[in-house]
Design a protein around this ligand. Structure first.
Ligand SMILES: O=C[C@H](O)COP(=O)(O)O
Length: 268
């Protein structure tokens, strides 16, 4: 653990019903009350953002969307703009998730435009990077991640970079082979990649690199959360399946919160 304020985010992906969300969110509000050493958020399908706003406003749980359009307005059927998302009180937006990249729905250029729109709209991007299994097997995991991080950094001009720093943009390391497979990266593998991503960000801004939150996603569960989150460069988690069960999400948040309290005590 480290001095950065850790962040646990649930990415609900294509899950939810009005009734089910209601129960889950109320349970999370109760369970997470009083855990104040870290930040928590849920990123829901667009159609549930209003419900999240109604239920979560006033709680210590933030919320966000799972994507945003590269367009502000116009004849773009089905697109949702940053301004629309912001109207529902969202803090976060997940960008560049591998499930979007793999389905070939978004390449680098589109993602770069979405990143700019999110920042202009006052949202905090959670920008995902991560290598595929074949890239890890070929020993080029770092190269693959480097390309994605540098693409992200290059897509930010100076004004956008200032916005990214002001809103505390988040980076998520999600090895593609670990997502939804039950096979998480080892704490050492993840730590090493997080430290590497931090180094890459330092090439643009060493001070921001020290404070940017780099969170881990990929089969993180209550069973492996302690080992992952105690690593010095892992600043929280992006959860898929574990975010859909109140007990799992709560347990991971409790682990992160107590690690943060321990780190705070050690530093004082
Ligand atoms: O955005 C979340 C990740 O894709 C992780 O999903 P998972 O926890 O189900 O492996």
């Amino acid at each position: 653990m480290n001095a950065r304020r850790n962040l646990v985010v649930g990415n609900w992906k294509l899950h939810g019903t009005l009734a089910g969300n209601h129960g889950l969110l109320l349970q999370l509000i109760t369970n997470l009350k009083g855990l104040n050493a870290i930040d928590f958020a849920v990123c829901l399908p667009y159609v549930y953002l209003f419900q999240a706003q109604q239920l979560l406003a006033g709680s210590n749980i933030l919320w966000g969307s799972q994507n945003v359009s590269q367009y502000d307005e116009g004849a773009y059927t089905s697109c949702i703009s940053a301004a629309m998302i912001a109207e529902f009180g969202c803090r976060f937006v997940i960008l560049a998730h591998s499930e979007r990249r793999m389905l070939r729905l978004e390449g680098h250029e589109v993602t770069a435009q979405r990143l700019l729109r999110a920042l202009e709209g006052g949202l905090t991007p959670i920008y995902c990077v991560g290598e595929a299994q074949a890239e890890r097997d070929a020993g080029i995991a770092e190269d693959a991640v480097k390309k994605q991080v540098l693409n992200m950094l290059h897509s930010l001009d100076d004004d956008a970079f200032v916005r990214a720093k002001q809103c505390n943009m988040v980076v998520a390391y999600e090895p593609v082979w670990a997502i939804g497979t039950g096979q998480h990266a080892s704490p050492q593998q993840a730590q090493s990649m997080h430290a590497y991503i931090r180094q890459l960000i330092a090439t643009r801004d060493p001070a921001f690199a020290q404070r940017v939150r780099i969170i881990y996603g990929g089969s993180l569960s209550a069973d492996n959360a302690y080992a992952m989150l105690e690593m010095p460069d892992i600043d929280g988690a992006l959860l898929g399946r574990s975010a859909l069960v109140a007990e799992s999400f709560t347990e991971i948040c409790r682990i992160a919160n107590s690690l943060a309290l321990e780190a705070h005590q050690q530093s004082t």
